[in-house]
Design a binder for this molecule. Structure first.
Ligand code: HEC
Length: 143
């Protein structure tokens, strides 16, 4: 029978303290990169990306349909970029339909792909798991 509950309260207090210290360290060390939010224009682009079913043929970070290529880094890949993306939206190709987007809609889609591109590289063969358990990812601006 428990006659004195003080030791238990002390143990729980110590665990809570350790938990707080642990979380403080985890979220304040350099490895932690907060996910940036998309700008309003990019959100518009994201909605167009979804409502026009770009996903059914394209992937971002390897997820999506596989008829067309992955678009994670189409914005910054060599010889590609905003004009290249717009050209595909204007004319379509082989199995990609031609979309009749307004200039504003095309800009929004390009902005969305730009901000997706800024989040990292796919496939990222340079990701390393460190001893602490962090996955060290190589970002675009570290090239
Ligand atoms: C029915 C399938 C399909 C849909 C839907 C589709 N695409 Fe494509 N897309 C393709 C295919 C296939 C290619 C590759 C064509 C080629 O290279 O000859 C392509 C190529 C592209 C490229 C060039 C990629 C590169 O790396 O060269 C971009 C950018 C692109 N699509 C954007 C979009 C966007 C944005 C949407 C939605 C508004 C969309 N696509 C919808 C099939 C599709």
């Amino acid at each position: 029978m428990i006659t004195n509950s003080k030791p238990y309260i002390l143990s729980i207090a110590i665990l809570i303290l350790l938990f707080s210290v642990y979380n403080y360290i985890v979220y304040n060390t350099e490895g932690y990169v907060a996910v940036e939010k998309l700008s309003p224009v990019a959100v518009e682009g994201q909605q167009l990306f979804q409502s026009n079913r770009c996903w059914s043929c394209h992937q971002l970070y390897g997820l999506g349909g596989y008829l067309g290529p992955d678009l994670t880094n189409v914005y910054s890949e060599k010889n590609k970029g905003p004009l290249y993306i717009k050209a595909f939206l204007n004319s379509g190709v082989k199995s990609m339909p031609q979309f009749n987007f307004s200039e504003q809609e095309k800009l929004a889609l390009v902005e969305y792909l730009k901000q997706v591109d800024e989040t990292g590289i796919y496939p990222n063969y340079n990701a390393k798991i460190e001893a602490t358990g962090w996955v060290k990812i190589k970002y675009r601006n570290e090239e």
